[in-house]
Design a binder for this molecule. Structure first.
Ligand SMILES: *Cc1c(COP(=O)(O)O)cnc(C)c1O
Length: 399
């Protein structure tokens, strides 16, 4: 079977064409369903009412491909894109993505001119950083756009909620900086117990109250990640920052399934080898698995070098010919062996590592459980060696 027909992105990008031709060369590839992403964005939009959306596209859009996902989000009219590091913002600008982009992580002084030059929004997480941004903008004769970062209980970047006064006061005095937002981040919004998230929200409101006391207008307020969007309607405020939910995955098994989300990824490969292994002959590195009767094994060209975690050895399954079969022996860098028992499969048969095939489904949550990690790490860990192919199965209806 030929690889799926790619969706022509407009304008057709050299990157996209390169990816499609790579996919033709390599049987192991990811199908990204743009219709599912559009569906998830729509579901989130409807759920948050009037709040605007900042689509979070860090770490290669959670493995889905930074630039194509950004183009889709821009076309769908999101208010902004959020990324983690400067380089991600630069790549988007280079690709011609023109919408507002916030780099949400910490910044170094030496990076500030690039931010201003490329009109990327900075996160100002201390008075010193804010002053450095102001000085740099003044020297360049340009305006910088910042979002202030308040730490309400994550203890990562940002001024503490109990000492946010000076940052806000300084921000009201600046000449060359537009303060477009003030934000915070939840540590536990994906949990069943929301008491810490509620405490963070309370602290955030205490900080926002400083604007009222200074008689100053409050910039765009945002705190909700996917967990907040799904579980804490009070946290939606002016703008929400969905990451994992946009990709159709819930933040944790404990998070309430309050939205109809549709996973966008299918990870596929093909059988490249078939053999019979006699009883007593161990399979793969370390000889950790040995059949006790003759078995049929197939080899599939995917491994931990693609982000198929080695820690899943002895636990993972994949779908072949409409059935789930176990991956046996140690997962190699580039290949895995699959035990068919005495079933049959042929070279070139499609193998599905993640997603749906012929009525069977393997979820990212399952992979995360086999690997002893969270869905985020599975998605962001799928290596760039795996070509992404973009398809559009439509955004309407259920599944
Ligand atoms: C990653 C991130 C998000 C999105 O988080 P999800 O749990 O994937 O929705 C939102 N805000 C910030 C600051 C982040 O770093």
């Amino acid at each position: 079977m030929a690889p799926p027909a790619p969706l022509p992105l407009s304008p057709p990008s050299p990157l996209h064409e390169a990816l499609v031709s790579d996919a033709a060369l390599r049987p192991t590839h990811l199908e990204v369903d743009l219709g599912a992403l559009r569906h998830n964005l729509g579901a989130i939009r409807q759920h948050v009412g009037g709040a605007r959306i900042m689509a979070v596209l860090k770490a290669n859009a959670y493995g889905h491909g930074l630039v194509p996902v950004a183009r889709l989000m821009e076309a769908e009219g999101v208010a902004a894109i959020g990324v983690a590091v400067l380089e991600e913002g630069l790549r988007l600008r280079e690709a011609g993505v023109a919408c507002p982009i916030l780099v949400m992580g910490g910044i170094l002084g030496s990076q500030i001119p690039l931010f201003i030059d490329q009109e990327l929004m900075l996160t100002a997480s201390s008075v010193d950083k804010l002053r450095a941004i102001e000085a740099c903008a003044a020297a360049m004769g340009k305006r910088a756009r910042v979002h202030l970062k308040v730490d309400t209980g994550m203890e990562r970047i940002g001024v503490h909620w109990y000492s946010a006064g000076p940052l806000i006061e300084e921000s009201l005095r600046l000449q060359h900086v537009d303060v477009d937002g003030i934000f915070s981040h939840f540590a536990n919004s994906d949990a069943a117990d929301l008491s810490h998230a509620r405490l963070q929200l309370e602290r955030y409101h205490e900080v926002l109250d400083l604007y009222r006391r200074h008689g100053a207008p409050c910039p765009t307020r945002h705190i909700a990640n996917s967990g907040g969007i799904l579980q804490l309607p009070d946290s939606h405020l002016d703008l929400v920052r969905p990451g994992i939910a946009l990709y159709g995955v819930y933040p944790s098994p404990a998070t309430r399934r309050s939205l109809d989300l549709r996973p966008a990824l299918t990870w596929k490969s093909r059988v490249v080898y078939f053999k019979v292994v006699q009883a007593g002959n161990p399979v793969s590195y370390g000889s950790t698995w040995t059949p006790d009767r003759p078995v049929r094994l197939v080899t599939v060209p995917v491994g931990y070098g693609d982000g198929y975690p080695r820690r899943m050895s002895g636990r993972a399954e994949l779908i072949l010919r409409g059935r789930r079969f176990p991956v046996v022996g140690t997962i190699c860098m580039d290949q895995v062996m699959v035990n068919l028992g005495w079933e049959s499969a042929w070279n070139d048969d499609e193998a599905v590592l993640l997603g749906e095939s012929e009525g069977q489904r393997i979820t990212v949550e399952e992979l995360a459980e086999w690997a002893g990690t969270i869905s985020y790490e599975i998605l962001t860990g799928i290596n760039t060696r795996v070509p992404r192919v973009y398809v559009d199965r439509g955004s309407a209806g259920g599944r």
